[in-house]
Design a protein around this ligand. Structure first.
Ligand code: CAA
Ligand code: NAI
Length: 692
């Protein structure tokens, strides 16, 4: 294999180039190559100065996340950086694209740094449950001050080149970053060697650091990585450099081996794996998309149109009447106005985005769109009628998508003479906020249409996950299992607050009943009525009593105090007892652990079936759906990753208990779950085997 680090010497400057696509992660081969190149430049008498640069779209994205947890291969990154730092010749980093994590730490081992205007520099390790582990916590504070350095680490968000220029993190910002780095290297070679960051003394006032530390620790109280960053940076005040490094190292090793970090690394890799479409013929290309149309300016359609406008794609928003159109446009304009008021959007950007949304009446207005998203009422008859018209309106090659939550995408596709162009693009509410996009691949969806929808999702800054066709697709199909259990738990003796607490303690922002009260109990009730479902007797009874949730000040909880804070309501308790009595359900005190297992294990079981049936291509795809569409806490990695952590044999045993106790055959463990449990397998291993 070619060495991923090459070196050329010209005019007394050795330019070391890292070439490890896609993002120049610092895997073992890169570390080894960099070490050799640095040593060679040090030993070559014709070399007066060194520039470290990278090929491709970015500088260095950091340590290779796929190597975490595997036996380390020398040289380590701290050793490579120490070698750079101890050269007696000036070393300049030439940064284009991203210098993140270990990538920025390499740059901090250099004597100086030059960045391109579009460069991003950061230490995002806290997002992976660790802290910078190659000297970042010691070098950055000494270079730019402990307080601003801690902020960069604790927030985990990159800074721009201009900001880095202001703080002294970079010495120069230049369009031609390589030329500027060479010129700077030569200037430094002509003068005394500047002190590298480790020998700088810019820590700043201790009080300023402690104030920042207190604020950040409070803001990120749930993230142990931030406390570790504080401790490591504090060591920069109290201990010599090498001892500070040891403090950092100890935290790094502890956090890296913690289940939390393992889960967060899984989340990062699963999300990126989900973007790879399974079984796509080689050479399939996404079709170009310059213009979009959205049918229906209701709750979802308005939000979906905003997504296109936010991404700079002109969009036609189509309704049945001027009145509906005006209402829809008013609502989305109101959303933009709120963002302006909050300071997250400028007036100018708002005007530009609104300017990209054109409201029209009548489906003919979709004629020039490359992608059409239908978001009319959830009724099969209506959807078929709309698609029947769209088949002749839409231009050849346009992708025609439905945002349906539950309906059969194949049946909708069959109502057209171009089923290859039809698929699902299932956005989540609020559509302009939630990151998940389920792309539903119909039986006859063409590979190009599928690739186009996934690419559009990426352009809209969504996390696209491909799903097959089934009732509720990946996410809602699993959710419905949880909903059934949540209702049963009420009848068996749990209070709504006990059920909600089980999930908020687990890490969800809201429990199912608080969530239903917020969304409106009537919404699900109407759907269940239309479909003849009797899966939620308590919610149905509440809706029949006019208790729709927050909007009527009463639902599963009582909101009469301030309209937003739900208090337990004795009336609801009585109603639940009555229904339980009518159904002959014996009530008992249910241990909190059982409540949680009853909510999560049936979902995991349904996830296993979804995998078995090939609806999802990977367990990681299911995790990605729940993390981005339903607020599953990232620190546990998603339902399937969490199942591995609990242990599949336990889940199988508990599901059998639940099936016995309830007589509900649906709770019997899925064949895949049983097989993996018996083999000592796991969902993570299953995905790894499929990828190999
Ligand atoms: N290690 C391994 N692979 C990585 C990687 C990393 N650090 N960063 C990105 N990749 C891979 C992705 O998995 C993806 O792979 P596939 O194409 O096979 O799916 C590919 O690179 C492209 O990534 P993105 O789709 O994310 O590309 P993007 O252009 O949208 O974003 C990026 C590029 C901003 C660099 C983004 O990938 C990113 O934020 N990467 C992670 C940065 C990070 O967290 N670095 C810290 C690592 S930990 C560390 O460095 C510890 C230490 O102190 C030693
Ligand atoms: P909504 O009732 O808020 O909006 C539907 C809009 O479609 C209305 O404004 C209506 O006037 C318009 N409409 C109806 N027939 C039309 C036609 N022939 N041409 C143009 N416009 C027409 O409904 P909502 O909630 O936005 O749902 C739309 C779709 O999105 C449904 O399929 C729903 O299942 C799905 N969905 C809804 C989610 C939610 O949380 N509300 C989440 C994800 C998907």
């Amino acid at each position: 294999m070619a060495d991923p680090v090459s070196s050329t010497v010209e005019d007394g400057i050795a330019v070391l180039r890292i070439d490890n696509p896609p993002v120049n992660a610092l895997g073992a081969a890169v570390r080894g190559g960099l070490m050799r190149a640095v040593e060679a430049a040090g030993a070559d008498p014709s070399v007066r100065a060194v520039v470290i640069a990278a090929e491709g779209r970015t500088f260095i994205a950091g340590a290779d996340i796929t190597e975490f947890g595997k036996p380390p291969i020398p040289p380590t990154l701290p050793e490579v950086i120490a070698a750079i730092e101890s050269l007696s010749k000036p070393v300049v980093a030439a940064i284009h694209g991203a210098a993140l994590g270990g990538g920025l730490e390499v740059a901090l081992g250099c004597h100086a740094r030059v960045a391109a205007p579009a460069a991003k520099l950061g230490l995002p390790e806290v997002n992976l449950g660790i802290l910078p582990g190659a000297g970042g916590t010691q070098r950055l504070p000494r270079l730019i001050g402990a307080a601003p350095a801690l902020r960069i680490m604790a927030e985990g968000k990159p800074v721009t080149a201009a900001e880095a220029g202001d703080t002294g993190l970079v010495d120069e910002v230049a369009e031609d970053v390589l030329a500027a780095a060479r010129a700077l290297a030569l200037r430094l070679a002509d003068n005394a060697l500047p002190a590298p960051p480790r020998d700088r003394t810019n820590l700043g006032a201790r009080e300023a650091f402690e104030a920042e530390a207190a604020a950040l620790t409070k803001r990120h109280a749930d993230n142990p990585s931030v406390a570790a960053c504080v401790d490591a940076v504090r060591a920069a005040f109290e201990k010599p450099f090498e001892e500070g490094l040891a403090v950092e190292r100890a935290h790094f090793a502890r956090l890296r081996d913690d289940p939390r970090s393992k889960a967060l690394r899984h989340v990062f890799l699963a999300e990126r794996a989900a973007a790879r479409i399974p079984n796509l013929p080689k050479g399939t290309r996404a079709r170009p998309v310059a213009r979009a149309a959205v049918i229906g300016a209701g709750t979802m359609g308005g939000g979906i149109a905003m997504n296109f406008a936010n991404a700079g794609i002109p969009v036609t928003l189509i309704e049945t009447s001027e009145e509906n159109l005006a209402r829809g446009i008013e609502r989305l304009a109101g959303n933009y106005a709120t963002s302006v008021k909050r300071g997250s959007l400028t007036e100018e950007a708002k005007a530009k985005r609104l300017g990209l949304i054109e409201g029209r009446v009548g489906l003919e207005a979709a004629a020039d769109a490359d992608v059409i998203v239908e978001a009319v009422f959830e009724e099969m008859g209506l959807k078929k009628e709309v698609f029947g018209k769209l088949q002749s309106v839409a231009k050849p090659g346009a992708v025609i998508a439905t945002n349906t939550s539950y309906l059969d995408v194949d049946e909708i596709a069959a109502s057209t003479d171009r089923p290859g162009d039809v698929l699902g693009m299932h956005f989540f509410s609020p559509a302009n906020v939630m990151k998940l996009l389920e792309v539903v691949r119909g039986e006859r969806t063409s590979p190009e249409a599928l690739a186009t929808a996934v690419e559009v999702g990426r352009r809209l800054a969504k996390v696209p996950v491909v799903s097959g066709v089934c009732y509720g697709f990946i996410g809602n199909r699993m959710l419905s299992r949880r909903t059934i259990q949540a209702e049963r738990l009420l009848l068996e003796g749990a209070a709504p607050s006990q059920v909600d607490k089980a999930l908020t303690d687990f890490g969800f922002r809201m429990g199912p009943f608080a969530m239903t009260d917020l969304a409106g109990i009537d919404v699900g009730w109407r759907v269940r009525q239309a479909m003849g479902l009797k899966t939620a007797p308590v919610a149905d009874a509440l809706a029949e009593a006019g208790r729709y949730g927050q909007k009527t000040k009463r639902g599963f909880y009582d909101y009469s105090a301030d309209g937003r804070t739900g208090a337990p309501d004795p009336e609801v308790a009585a109603l639940i007892e009555r229904i339980a009595g009518e159904r002959g359900v014996t009530r008992r005190e249910i241990p909190q652990e059982e409540v949680l297992e009853r909510l999560l294990f049936p979902m995991i079981n349904e996830g296993a079936r979804i995998l078995e049936e090939g609806i999802a291509a990977r367990a990681g795809d299911i995790d990605t759906v729940w993390l981005n569409g339903y607020g599953w806490p990232a620190r546990t990695g998603g339902p399937m990753f969490h199942a591995d952590a609990i242990g599949l044999p336990r889940i199988v045993a508990r599901l059998r208990d639940f099936a016995e106790a309830s007589g509900d055959e649906n709770l019997r463990p899925a064949a895949l779950l049983v097989r993996l449990a018996e083999e000592g397998g796991s969902f993570v291993a299953l995905d790894a085997r499929a990828a190999a």
